[in-house]
Design a protein around this ligand. Structure first.
Ligand code: ATP
Ligand code: MG
Length: 367
């Protein structure tokens, strides 16, 4: 899968533009503040209906304009294609369209346009809150296991019900027991999907990491969110009083985490910035491999400021791995000389110069 056309209107400082990206490597280069990250942000908006830079979408809309729009044509493989459009009005109205239909849920967009983002904030995947790692994990499970989404929706509903009961106690015991059974069933299902996914991810991650970094002894493990020896129903029963005091459910898949450890320490506390970036890249590239193997096809990589924090050796190793993924990749950098070389001869590489919000194609092999 790849974006064969991208039209961006009124996103940040970008002038209205239509691009025909390469199905493989796309390099956006230009000075600080020229609009490179904004292009990635526009693609992110198209795939997830949200930004990765700000929680709200208001700041993404160009000053003095009433709405921003991103339109994309996605090649799905075998000649099939899909047209996606996302519009966000300053007043707050949101419109998502897939092949002419209005769509309410961003999950449908995510299914059509699976994105992997690697940016200077990515190290937060290691040192940030467990929620970030759960999102990472669930992104992968969502794309390889079609039954995951409905189990996840069931879990959220049962959990909301239980938390409300813990706080207000409005439901009778028998009805709440039925909700608890539903909660445990959905939890076991989600745990099984996540566990299976991690089992598949681990060897691919380890192999990818070996190709990027000499780092012995880094381990990736999965914590399911409650004692692995006990059924969730027992854990919930044992912690009922405390849950009531706190007003929410402490144990369950909503507390799952991924643990990356090195020599008995949390990896984030030991690794250098560059090493952290490479570990996150290895995780995201490993995910890309698993999604490519699954029926739904490949994902698209957005790599913001690829060269930062990497020496030449590691930069080349990362480019080689991105090249071998056979996915579409959008890379930003300030100095394009750093990324001009090193791609396989058969890999189509396109370059775009971004200057004060204007994007122009740039020849790759001649200056
Ligand atoms: N809502 C907006 N409307 C117009 N311009 C905006 C808006 N939000 C941000 N900008 C400007 O748009 C530009 C966006 O820059 P962006 O972050 O995409 O640059 P960049 O090329 O990635 O730079 P760097 O190399 O520093 O990362 C900045 O100059 C910023 O001041
Ligand atoms: Mg930037």
């Amino acid at each position: 899968m790849s974006l064969s056309r991208l039209t961006v209107t009124a996103v940040r400082n970008l002038h209205a533009v239509t691009l025909s990206p390469s199905p493989r490597i796309n390099i956006l280069f230009g000075a600080n503040g020229s609009g490179k990250t904004s292009v990635l942000e526009a693609i992110h908006l198209l795939g997830l209906a949200r930004s990765f830079r700000s929680v709200r979408l208001q700041p993404v809309i160009q000053h003095e304009t009433s709405a921003c729009t991103v339109f994309g044509q996605v090649e799905l493989g075998g000649g099939a294609r899909s047209q996606l459009g996302v519009t966000r009005e300053r007043q707050g109205d949101f419109q998502i369209r897939i092949d002419g239909r209005n769509v309410r849920s961003a999950a449908e967009l995510a299914e059509t346009l699976p994105l992997q983002l690697i940016n200077p904030d990515s190290f937060r995947l290691l040192e940030g809150a467990p929620k970030l790692r759960r999102q990472f994990l669930d992104w992968g499970v969502f794309h390889v296991e079609p039954r995951f989404l409905s189990a996840w929706v069931r879990l959220q509903k049962a959990l909301r019900q239980r938390n409300s009961w813990l706080r207000h106690g409005t439901l009778d015991g028998a009805s709440q027991a039925a909700w608890d059974r539903e909660l445990c069933l959905a939890s076991d299902e989600i745990d099984a999907y996540r566990r299976e996914y991690i089992q598949a991810l681990k060897p691919v991650f380890e192999q990818t990491l070996r190709e990027l970094l000499e780092l012995e002894g880094l381990t990736l493990s999965y914590y399911r969110g409650w004692d692995k020896e006990k059924p969730l129903s027992d854990v919930l029963a044992a912690s009922l009083l405390r849950d009531q005091q706190l007003g929410h459910t402490q144990a369950g898949p909503q507390r799952a985490d991924l643990r990356l450890r090195l020599a008995h320490h949390n990896a984030a506390e030991i690794l250098s910035r560059g090493q952290q970036k490479l570990v996150v890249c290895a995780l995201r590239i490993a995910q890309g491999h698993l999604v490519s193997q699954a029926k739904r096809g490949q994902c698209i990589y957005l790599v913001d400021d690829l060269p930062s924090e990497l020496d030449e050796h590691h930069r080349r190793a990362l480019c080689r791995l991105l090249d071998e993924l056979n996915c579409q990749v959008f890379i930003t950098c300030v100095d394009h000389d750093l990324l001009k070389e090193g791609w396989r001869d058969e890999t189509p590489v396109s370059m775009f110069h971004v200057e004060h919000g204007r994007i122009t194609p740039h020849p790759v092999h001649q200056e």
